[in-house]
Design a protein around this ligand. Structure first.
Ligand code: GLC
Length: 317
């Protein structure tokens, strides 16, 4: 629970070490870490596409130059007193063919865990971003237990984050089997209503038809409140802290709605004792504009300004 409170308020450095070919890309500059720390965030979630930088046969060695890039990101965060979450992102091949890719997935985690064993407790691992496809709930429950064991072998004390199959959606939490042990945090991604948060997103089929979808008002707020209350209730039942590892609205939505939604989700999360990380820092959902080197003020305010609803919450230590 302490670590989850410590995860507190975070932001994703999405599309940096997880960039897809032809997609947006954030160069991982030292000054972005300064901006995040100075703004008052506690945590950086660092998505990493290890599977695109490792051998396809045993021992599935991670490319040393790529490993050094990840090291630089981890150290840049830790050196500034931030927490940092390193995940396995965009491993689509594992989701498509879990049996075939399981040995490689475990080998990746053995290498990552061995590399960072002995690092600060402010570094956390997240086993897999948005399991989906053939990685059904029951299959994922078995795979995650094996990955957790691989991490524990090399780095027993590390805090590990794990989310449900079904793309980490809150509705899939009830099918997540979390091993009975300490030092685990559950995670979900929150993008509801999807027609609002993903309007105009090029990678979502039909998303152009949702353009113009605004957000606000009592009914919209009640829906978010109910969703997050269920997430928090699940965490309480299981005795597990919960981290909303991604939430955000794509840049094609109107800024006033994005700011309202972001502020509301953040305030509700904090009221319920859920830590969070906004998706994302500097590309297509960007809270920060790297070209002008400035925060997008309505989003910065929504994330870090005085929360409208969190009065009395003991969210921060
Ligand atoms: C997931 C995807 C990422 C996408 C984000 C928002 O994290 O991995 O590529 O941008 O969700 O849809």
């Amino acid at each position: 629970m302490e670590t989850n409170r410590g995860l507190g308020r975070g932001i994703n450095f999405g599309n940096a070490l997880d960039a897809l070919d032809g997609g947006p890309e954030l160069p991982l500059a030292e000054r972005w870490f300064d901006e995040v720390a100075a703004a008052g965030f506690d945590t950086i979630r660092l998505p990493v596409r290890w599977s695109a930088h490792a051998g396809s046969r045993p021992p599935y060695a991670i490319d040393p130059a790529f490993f050094r890039r990840v090291d630089a990101g981890v150290h840049a965060a830790l050196d500034r007193g931030l927490r940092v979450v390193v995940d396995v992102h965009h491993y689509a091949e594992l989701c498509a063919a879990p049996d075939e890719h399981l040995p490689r997935f475990l080998a990746l985690w053995r290498q990552i865990a061995a590399r960072y064993a002995g690092h600060s407790g402010r570094l956390c691992f997240e086993l897999l971003n948005e399991p989906r496809d053939r990685l059904t709930a029951s299959r994922w429950n078995a795979v995650l237990a094996a990955a957790l064991a691989a991490v524990r072998d090399a780095d027993p004390g590390r805090t590990v984050i794990v989310g449900p199959a079904g793309m980490n959606s809150p509705g899939a939490l009830r099918a997540l089997a979390v091993p009975e042990e300490g030092n685990l945090i559950a995670t979900v991604h929150y993008y509801a209503p999807f027609e609002f948060t993903h309007q105009g997103a090029g990678w979502v089929e039909g998303a152009h038809r949702w353009l113009g979808h605004t957000w606000g008002g009592a009914a919209d707020e009640a829906a978010v409140r109910d969703d997050l209350a269920e997430v928090a209730a699940w965490g309480r039942e299981r005795g597990l802290p919960v981290f909303i590892g991604e939430f955000g609205a794509f840049s094609a939505a109107d800024m006033a709605s994005r700011a309202r939604w972001t502020a509301f989700v953040r305030a509700e999360a904090e009221r319920l004792g859920l830590s969070w990380a906004y998706w994302e820092f500097g590309t297509d959902f960007g809270a920060y504009d790297p070209v002008c080197a400035k925060w997008r003020e309505p989003l910065r305010q929504a994330l870090l300004g005085e929360p409208a609803l969190a009065a009395g919450s003991d969210f921060r230590r």
